[in-house]
Design a protein around this ligand. Sequence first.
Ligand SMILES: [Zn+2]
Ligand SMILES: [Zn+2]
Length: 138
Amino acid sequence: MPIYGEWHNPGIRRCYGKVRFKRIETATDVAARMSLKTGEVLIAHQCPDCLRFHVGHADPTQLLIRDLPSICCFRCKGPITLAQKLKGMARDGIHAYCSEKCEQEDRVRIERRRRRKQAQKERKRRRKMERKPAEGSG
Ligand SMILES: [Zn+2]
Ligand SMILES: [Zn+2]
């Protein structure tokens, strides 16, 4: 049976016709705005092919996971609007905030924690280096 029409290899042409964003923030913003406009849930995601960020439909499993935690503000547990929820979902699926203030404060907190963890790791690494046994043992 002959095959008519175009054949697309999804592995090669994953990002064909999609807009590429350099920054996740931009893609997230666009995804949230488009979600509001269309009523469909669009998310920002990094493309494994071009390593840029695309905006696309969330698949059902993603939706299931993403839908649960973002019912209230991640920081103050206050109510959030649909737009804010979508923005959170588009960003990482977990962190939705009721206001810029909450988002800013939480970002500072997360950043601080990240730095502390990094410093810890660095200390551990250094200790390991110092403890390195002399060559020729064994
Ligand atoms: Zn791509
Ligand atoms: Zn809040």
